[in-house]
Design a protein around this ligand. Structure first.
Ligand SMILES: *Cc1c(COP(=O)(O)O)cnc(C)c1O
Length: 357
């Protein structure tokens, strides 16, 4: 059997969720959109259900998968509905719904619903993606309050630069939010992972941690709370071939690496078809036989090469960690000029093996 696999530590997932709640004192929606960032939404929801205040997903398709698996906790649709015909399903499956645009508000007012729904009213406080304009916010809130199809309302917004700790943009966005919600008495929700970890001054009744649940840091620099996260996913495989090369020999497609001394090369059953980033260059860290080593040359579809020259006790059959408890996904992401979010979401083909449930 091909040795490539992703080990998912559900105990670490619960630890990270608890940390989000503990440091904020808020209720927390575990964000498990995009198949829990590649970790498996149903398994992650099942592991968290006993302690979680609720879950958040991108769309109703993702929510219905959770309901079909027997998850009864609250589920928020982070983009609300895309077409009004989802509204009866939102009622039937007891989902919470973001309203980010006036057209959604119109649709809710015009619908005939069997039961009122919970709405999270989203403000564009400066990210300029979705969310109501500040000048429309209060009137939209009042329309929702007056609407028989609406039960509870939560006020929300989203930060664009919370992962930049020295940046003033989050304070500016917070000021816009506070002005727009003045006079409205409802619970508020602003914080994603970087804001949970790095912005303690932001008020929260509800927080919305995603990336940090999976034990990965959204920050490029080290950060004190992020140190307490535990990696949930370990992507590993094995050395399937070892070769000794003299100096001056090319390794892999395009001869992107040429040996600069006599070298020992390990070939690992892992490639970009598994989601390992093809952009990762020579020097990207890997973990083999209890120590750090490095990627060499181009990543192929099903294989990649690593340096075993200074790891003499490693050989055929040695386990290689591509990211996990020893090599942070954020570190691999930085080498590949991407973010840990994408590293996780790209995972495919490898079987996921769960522990700690
Ligand atoms: C995805 C998402 C989150 C989670 O963000 P992380 O940075 O992964 O914590 C929170 N809120 C909204 C609206 C989102 O779309």
């Amino acid at each position: 059997m091909r040795p490539a696999r992703a080990l998912i530590d559900l105990q670490a997932l619960r630890h990270n969720y608890q940390l989000a709640r503990e440091v904020t004192g808020a209720k927390a929606l575990a964000v498990i959109k995009a198949d829990a960032y590649g970790h498996g939404a149903v398994r992650c929801a099942q592991a968290l259900e006993a302690q979680a205040d609720g879950f958040a997903v991108a769309c109703i398709e993702e929510a219905l998968e959770l309901r079909a698996a027997g998850i009864g906790a609250p589920i928020l649709l982070l983009e609300g509905f895309f077409t009004a015909d989802e509204l009866p399903l939102i009622v039937e499956h007891d989902l919470w719904c973001v309203v980010h645009s006036l057209w959604q508000l119109d649709d809710i007012e015009q619908a005939r619903l069997a039961k009122p729904i919970n709405v999270w009213l989203k403000l564009d406080s400066g990210m300029h993606r979705v969310g109501l304009h500040p000048s429309d916010y209060k009137a939209a809130y009042q329309r929702l309050q007056a609407c028989a199809n609406v039960a509870k309302i939560v006020l929300m917004s989203h930060f664009s630069r919370a992962d930049e700790l020295g940046c003033g943009r989050s304070d500016e966005q917070l000021a816009v939010f506070q002005a727009a919600r003045a006079e409205l008495s409802a619970e508020v929700s602003l914080r994603n992972s970087p804001a949970v970890l790095g912005w303690p001054q932001v008020p929260s009744d509800w927080v919305r941690p995603g990336l940090m649940l999976y034990g990965s840091t959204p920050f490029e620099e080290s950060q004190v709370l992020a140190e307490r996260l535990q990696a949930v996913m370990t992507l590993e495989s094995k050395v399937i071939c070892v070769r000794e090369l003299p100096v001056g020999e090319p390794v892999g497609y395009g001869a992107k690496f040429v040996t600069d001394r006599p070298m020992r090369i390990g070939v690992v059953a892992m490639g970009y078809a598994d989601g390992y980033p093809r952009q990762a260059p020579t020097g990207t860290p890997v973990w083999v036989a209890g120590q750090r080593s490095r990627l060499l040359g181009r990543v192929s579809m099903d294989m990649l090469c690593i340096d075993l020259t200074d790891v003499p006790h490693a050989g055929l059959g040695s386990t290689v960690e591509l990211w996990g408890k020893n090599i942070l996904a954020s570190e691999v992401a930085a080498h590949a000029e991407t973010i840990p979010y994408q590293i996780f979401c790209n995972l495919k083909r490898v079987p996921r093996l769960y522990s700690g449930s």
